[in-house]
Ligand binder design. Structure first.
Ligand code: AMP
Length: 400
């Protein structure tokens, strides 16, 4: 069974075509700068070189049309007809309280996703555009929505509510939702497979730290708390997002700097975090290098980043009254032995002990980096949100 996974941004379509018999990727690529005369299309058939071209692509429908033409190309193609695609898995960022698992897309589902647009104005509209375009181009496939928020719908009320007037929750659904759910679910399942232990016997803390970053507490296989909130702005210090701040700062800075609401939102989302503190970069590689070269601001930003990450992990040990596995994933989590070492060294009180040699060994596989004495197992788990989305779609196809 072949499943196409698509992830649409406001001007982009990321896609991967899977053969689910062996869960292999047959082809993948990216369409960028949609809405312009010079959209960039990259296309790679597994085992061959990546190709790139530019084209006029005015909307997501045209973008997806081109993707399908590439997938069916006489020379480079990997399928002969659209009908070979049994299902399309769509990444949808916000499912609000409507969705606690993946669903086959119907008009009611589309309607419910539309209702959450207010909660994710940057993400859900392009996700809906992608769904519309794919339904038009692949009318015979089953379309499945997989939500970033769904995994966290198991959080108890005391964890997901803000201490605001309760009416804001009942009237406007102001609450914490959490994100990166597909990734946290995938890596926690990988951890349970790695130790051949049932998820129901495990307390896991999953640190998904990339450009965006969140930590999740997973007990009995379900999310019991996570650091992102109503939007992906809450929680850790990130590449360009500030994470937790005193909410009273917002009106204060608006008044002092004469900003509009849109400007302060943009400041907190796009010009804060590592970028805001260093004034230089949001990229952990560049900042680590600058710190090694003696840049004081880079050192400060990294100290702040590590401190917040460590405090959040510690708070989730308290939330679950223990932890069996601490795992690191995403760009920084998978690649920065420095960040992993610094965080874990300062958590030694909890019985967390890293093996330096294992931590410095690079691999694309799930691997343990804790010592044999470590009370808590520490893992590096490469995330694979696309595969998780494809699995979810296959599961729904198999059960209809
Ligand atoms: P992601 O959003 O998951 O793609 O992660 C992007 C982040 O991972 C960026 O901040 C990168 O600098 C960071 N990253 C990737 N490779 C490394 C590395 N080898 N060392 C430190 N950070 C890295």
């Amino acid at each position: 069974m072949k499943i196409l996974v698509i992830n649409c941004g406001s001007s982009s379509i990321k896609y991967e075509l899977f053969e689910m018999d062996d869960e292999s990727v047959i082809a993948k690529g990216l369409v960028e700068k949609i809405g312009t005369e010079s959209a960039i299309v990259t296309y790679e058939v597994t085992g061959t070189e990546e190709k790139m071209r530019t084209a006029e692509i005015l909307d997501h429908r045209e973008g997806l049309h081109l993707v399908l033409r590439l997938l069916m190309d006489k020379n480079d193609g990997v399928i002969t007809s659209e009908d070979e695609v049994a299902a399309v898995g769509h990444r949808v960022v916000h499912g609000g309280e409507h969705f606690s698992k993946s669903v086959i897309i119907t008009s009611e589902v589309r309607q419910a996703i539309r209702k959450t647009v207010d909660l994710a104005p940057l993400h859900n509209p392009p996700n809906l555009l992608g769904i519309g375009a794919a339904e038009q181009q692949l009318p015979n496939a089953i379309h499945v929505a997989v939500f970033d928020t769904a995994f966290h719908q198991t959080m108890p009320k005391h964890a997901f509510l803000y201490a605001l007037p309760y009416v804001l929750y009942t009237r406007h659904k102001v609450r914490r939702y959490g994100f990166h759910g597909t990734s946290h679910q995938y890596v926690s399942e990988q951890a349970s497979l790695f130790f051949e232990k049932s998820l129901s016997d495990l307390k896991i803390i999953s640190a998904h730290i990339g450009n965006g970053a969140s930590v999740t507490a997973i007990e009995n296989g379900i999310s019991v708390d996570t650091s992102m909130g109503m939007t992906p702005l809450e929680g850790l210090m990130m590449g360009t997002r500030c994470g937790d701040i005193d909410p009273a700062i917002v009106p204060y800075v608006i008044a002092k700097e004469d900003l509009t609401l849109i400007e302060i939102q943009s400041m907190m989302n796009k010009h804060s975090g590592l970028l805001g503190v260093t004034g230089m970069s949001s990229d952990m590689r560049e900042i680590t290098q600058a710190m090694e070269e003696g840049n004081i601001q880079a050192k400060l930003a990294i100290d702040m980043y590590l401190y917040k990450l460590r405090k959040t992990i510690g708070s989730y040990i308290a939330a679950m009254n223990g932890v069996d596995i601490l795992l690191f994933t995403a760009g920084v989590g998978e690649n920065s032995s420095f960040v992993r070492q610094e965080v874990c060294d300062q958590l030694s009180f909890f019985g967390i002990e890293i093996d330096r040699e294992k931590n410095n060994t690079r691999s694309k596989e799930t691997r343990e980096i804790s010592t044999s004495n470590s009370k808590v197992k520490v893992l590096v788990v490469p995330t694979n949100e696309e595969l998780m989305i494809a699995r979810e779609a296959k599961h729904l196809v198999d059960h209809t």
